[in-house]
Design a protein around this ligand. Structure first.
Ligand SMILES: Nc1nc2c(c(=O)[nH]1)N[C@H]1C(S)=C(S)[C@@H](COP(=O)(O)OP(=O)(O)OC[C@H]3O[C@@H](n4cnc5c(=O)[nH]c(N)nc54)[C@H](O)[C@@H]3O)O[C@H]1N2
Ligand SMILES: Nc1nc2c(c(=O)[nH]1)N[C@H]1C(S)=C(S)[C@@H](COP(=O)(O)OP(=O)(O)OC[C@H]3O[C@@H](n4cnc5c(=O)[nH]c(N)nc54)[C@H](O)[C@@H]3O)O[C@H]1N2
Ligand code: SF4
Ligand SMILES: [Mo]
Length: 727
């Protein structure tokens, strides 16, 4: 058969690039960008161009696996696997109650709304509130801070018209997240700078993004909240704020002014390893511009005081009036889903944290970002009423990504039932009682919904243009395989357990299974542009008529944006006390020899969290996870590139391979998470997989008291030479 070309949506990451597939005999043989696409302009990355390797991986889970009497995972017909899971689940619920069943939806469970809907419908049907996701080990401070500060109904000033952009602990040119809209961000940044945009980056690494900045504050990590407080102080001292907007739309100004008084640029610069003048310059550059936007990423969110950092970032935006005003155009209010009122007003406050189902440890509860995932291992391990006995892991990998890997392993192994829905047998699914291989990627229909949705996750930059795409299923799963969509697993379990599923009052037909398309239709029922119309444009389309002017607020509208939330002012007080003192965390590692560096998070271009490490084209480029060190620190430790090192914190000790990196600030060690997804036992076949950061992090010490997020960046660590390199 002649090769055919099809429009598609890449599902390797949340950027969801519009791509073109070459199909030969029903198989994908090539993936390229769509250069005619008006928003992505042909962009793809190495991961997307090799996505088909994921489909055709020799180790893909093509048949359900179940743990046999010998303790090994063995293939099992799908019906038997589902019967087995349903039976054990019913028994667990009968004995321990519905709360004993939990779900963890990881990153790859979020791209298809049908999966999200159906697993929530399933949990509703059994009556369990224990729903966890990757959001609370990512940047939970975003929605929590937004709830404390208030949401602006018309959204932030768009990047396209910004004169200044402040990026705090994100590296959008690699991560496709934060600071620059992640849809061909390199092109967007280039064009914005050509028209005069000034970029400010706060990052201990001179990242790909920082290299494009007019001003790079290469601070010591963990100081972002203090740096922002100092910038706010400068802005208030010098009257650089938008007094009209502050008077009309905010409250709490005086409390804020008092709380930031302790944060002089001098005091903060001394702790953060900066020049005071650089902090003043950043404040003046940001506040002096006509329009702009400040956003944060994982680095600053995962360091101590992450929620406070996000809050101060919102406050900085608000002080400078960085929100769309009545009459100004909202460039993309949502083509598939309207998630905001589109009104130029502070929306009604929402609960931020500490509501709903309490976690039985650490005094945590539900939050605006969801249940605190990092507390789940202790929740599983703590005996008593409500203890979790069964866990579903969908499109996530706790063993590779949750802090405190040893505790995670202990918790997962202690469960009565662990079910993983995953195309790979990796660090987590290897421990499961059942592994169900899903249909995924180009085998299932997709929409660009998720790229719109990003806009309303805290202050984040989603699809800036009113653009939408739909992709039907384009390929069949491999022949003779027994794979089903994520959502179908929950539907089939519900049928076996005599449960009725429904979504916002709409009942699922429990006698005749819906299709993924049926569920997408249900989810997008109120889409401003009907899905049917979007289907008419296989390569996607802009719908410019969807851009609308922001409506004015009602004359008696009572709500205002909150600049001085008491919880945040108290937190600022705690931070002020800590200024100039060594962090409590640093104290917790004394007793080790060697001088502590600060371990910071980062991302690698060739892999996505724990995914891609085993795909041949990507593995060639990224065979293991290096420990990036500044040559000055490497010299002091006595190691060079390729040398074996050992990383030690109070929580654990792991091996690594050093790599000298001028872009890393002295005093800092920069290592990605998500590795190793392979056993040490497989090292012979696969080579050393590199450092498992998760082993070094403590889930129960120093966590953010609002979100429960453990400290995952700016963690004191001792790095020492460890003899000959392992690789
Ligand atoms: N130290 C440290 N830890 C971190 C971070 C950090 O920066 N530093 N980052 C955190 C962040 S931001 C996140 S989001 C989390 C990520 O943590 P998770 O979301 O738990 O992990 P991923 O590695 O993204 O998991 C992806 C899993 O989904 C599977 N998968 C891939 N495609 C599909 C599919 O279509 N369907 C299904 N069912 N499964 C699929 C993969 O095989 C893999 O096992 O890690 C967090 N952990
Ligand atoms: N290629 C690739 N892309 C990805 C991922 C991936 O694994 N690989 N993961 C995806 C996921 S799940 C997410 S959530 C997004 C995250 O997207 P980003 O938040 O942009 O993630 P990073 O690229 O790790 O950028 C974080 C930056 O913070 C810096 N940093 C670390 N600690 C601190 C600190 O205390 N303060 C400051 N100011 N900076 C600090 C790091 O040096 C790093 O440059 O990326 C997504 N995109
Ligand atoms: S940036 Fe993300 S969506 Fe785009 S090609 Fe790469 S992996 Fe795919
Ligand atoms: Mo993430």
């Amino acid at each position: 058969m002649e090769p055919e070309t099809r429009h598609a949506i890449c599902r390797f990451c949340h950027a969801m690039c519009a791509v073109k597939l070459t199909l030969e005999d029903g198989r994908v043989t090539r993936i390229i960008g769509d250069k005619d696409n008006p928003v992505y302009h042909g962009y793809t990355c190495i991961k997307g161009r090799n996505f088909h390797e994921f489909h055709y991986a020799p180790n893909r889970v093509l048949h359900p696996l179940a743990r046999g009497s010998d303790g090994e995972l063995q293939p099992l017909p799908l019906d038997e696997a589902l019967d087995g899971i349903a039976g054990r689940l019913s028994a667990i619920i009968a004995e321990h109650g519905p709360r004993s069943v939990a779900i963890y939806g990881g990153t790859f469970s979020n791209f298809c709304p049908a999966g999200v809907m159906t697993r929530h419908a399933f949990m509703d049907a059994i009556g369990s509130p224990m729903r966890f996701s990757n959001a609370t080990i990512d940047q939970p401070g975003k929605p929590i801070a937004m709830a404390l500060h208030g949401r602006w109904g018309a959204g932030p000033q768009p990047f396209d018209s910004a004169d200044v952009c402040l990026v705090i602990g994100a590296n959008p040119l690699v991560s496709m997240w934060g600071g620059v809209p992640p849809f061909n961000p390199a092109r967007r940044l280039h064009q914005a700078r050509k028209r005069g945009l000034k970029l400010i980056v706060i990052d201990p690494r001179r990242t790909e993004t920082a290299r494009k900045a007019e001003l790079h504050l290469q601070c010591l990590p963990g100081n972002d909240a203090a740096i922002l407080a100092a910038m706010i102080r400068v802005i208030l001292d010098e009257d650089l704020h938008d007094a009209g907007f502050v008077d009309a739309e905010t409250q709490g100004f005086d409390a804020l002014r008092d709380a930031v008084a302790a944060f002089t640029p001098e005091a903060v610069a001394a702790v953060a390893g900066l020049e005071p003048e650089a902090i003043r310059e950043a404040a003046r550059l940001f506040a002096g511009a006509r329009r702009g936007i400040a956003t944060g990423g994982t680095g600053s969110n995962m360091a101590p005081f992450g929620t406070l950092m996000e809050y101060l970032m919102l406050v900085l935006n608000t002080l400078c009036g960085r929100w769309i005003r009545a009459g100004e155009t909202i460039p993309n209010p949502g083509v598939l889903f309207r998630m905001s009122t589109g009104k130029a007003r502070a929306e009604k406050p929402r609960p931020a944290y500490g509501f709903g189902e309490p976690i039985r440890v650490r005094g945590l509860a539900d939050t605006a970002a969801g249940m605190p995932t990092a507390a789940l291992p202790d929740e599983i391990l703590t005996p008593g009423e409500g203890q979790i006995r069964a866990l579903f892991v969908v499109g996530g990998n706790p063993m590779a990504n949750w802090p405190n890997r040893s505790k995670v392993e202990q918790a997962l192994k202690s469960l009565d039932l662990l079910v993983a829905i995953d195309p790979q047998v990796g660090a987590t699914s290897r421990l499961a009682d059942y592994v169900i291989g899903p249909k995924f990627g180009f085998e299932i229909p997709a929409t660009s919904f998720a790229s719109e949705g990003i806009t309303f996750y805290g202050l984040s930059l989603g699809m800036p243009e009113p653009w939408a795409q739909y992709q039907p299923a384009l390929i069949d799963p491999p022949e003779n395989s027994e794979v089903i969509e994520d959502w179908r697993v929950f539907y089939e379990l519900a049928r076996r357990m005599d449960l009725e599923l429904s979504w916002f009052g709409q009942a699922y037909d429990m006698t005749r299974p819906p299709t993924t398309d049926d569920l997408l239709e249900l989810f997008l029922k109120r889409a401003p542009v009907p899905l049917d119309e979007i289907r008419d444009y296989p390569g996607g389309r802009e719908f410019p008529e969807q851009a609308v002017p922001a409506a004015a607020k009602e004359s008696d509208w009572p709500f205002r944006l909150e600049l001085g939330h008491p919880d945040m002012m108290t937190e600022l007080g705690a931070l002020a006390d800590a200024l100039g003192h060594p962090s409590a965390l640093a104290a917790s590692i004394t007793g080790f020899d060697g001088r502590p560096l600060l371990l910071t998070s980062r991302r690698q271009h060739e892999v996505y969290n724990s995914v891609g490490q085993d795909l041949p084209a990507l593995r060639r480029k990224r065979p293991y996870n290096p420990v990036y060190l500044n040559p000055v620190d490497a010299g002091a430790i006595g190691v060079g590139t390729g040398d074996a090192v050992e990383l030690q914190t109070a929580a654990g000790c792991v091996p690594g391979i050093a790599e000298l990196a001028e872009d890393v600030r002295p005093g800092v060690v920069s290592v990605a998470h998500g590795f190793p997804n392979r056993d040490a036992g497989e090292a012979g076949a696969g080579g050393f997989a590199g450092t498992a950061v998760a082993e070094l992090l403590d889930d129960a010490v120093g966590y953010d008291r609002f979100s429960g997020l453990p400290v995952m960046s700016a963690v004191p660590v001792v790095v020492r030479a460890a003899g000959p390199a392992a690789a």
